[in-house]
Design a binder for this molecule. Structure first.
Ligand SMILES: [Ca+2]
Length: 162
């Protein structure tokens, strides 16, 4: 009975803050929580779905966030290897990568390999996905559909940012 009460209380907190969902199921890193959505969307659809759920697309801003996100995604999909949308694109200007909120990307985790270094899609591929096995980034056609990552504010923090 006590457990049930706590569960109901948690649900009420979730409704008020619009952020608890990510932290109950996903991976907390600092002020934010990453959450995999295991359904197929193109980039624009993934962006819309994250906003509808009170979050936004995942935007790993530094090495610490990138490494935590990569570890979470690998554990979620293993032993498979799947691309997962991040909130990063160069739609506005080729080669200038912006997060989905319009801020500049300064930390990158492009795949570097002698056979296929990324990004390699030029003006054709302008949206970025993480591969689930190693966390490396690849540019893709934005209308490709794949699983996606949202980030949610940790409970009780009102603002995005560090
Ligand atoms: Ca591009």
């Amino acid at each position: 009975m006590r457990f049930f009460f706590l569960h109901v209380l948690g649900t009420e907190i979730c409704v008020v803050s619009l952020c608890f969902l990510g932290c109950e199921k996903g991976r907390r890193v600092g002020y934010k929580c990453y959450l995999v959505y295991n359904s197929y969307e193109d980039y624009a659809g993934a962006s819309r779905k994250c906003l509808e759920r009170g979050g936004r697309m995942a935007m790993p801003r530094d090495r610490k966030e990138q490494e935590a996100l990569a570890e979470y995604v690998k554990a979620f999909f293993q032993p498979g290897n799947w691309p997962v949308w991040l909130g990063i694109n160069d739609l506005r200007s080729e080669g200038m990568y912006l997060f989905d909120d319009g801020t500049r990307v300064s930390y990158f985790q492009w795949r570097k390999h002698f056979l296929s270094s990324q990004p390699d899609g030029g003006r054709r591929e302008n949206c970025v996905a993480m591969s689930s096995d190693d966390g490396d980034w690849w540019d893709h056609y934005c209308d490709r559909t794949m699983n996606y990552l949202c980030e949610h504010k940790h409970s009780h923090s009102n603002a995005w940012g560090h």
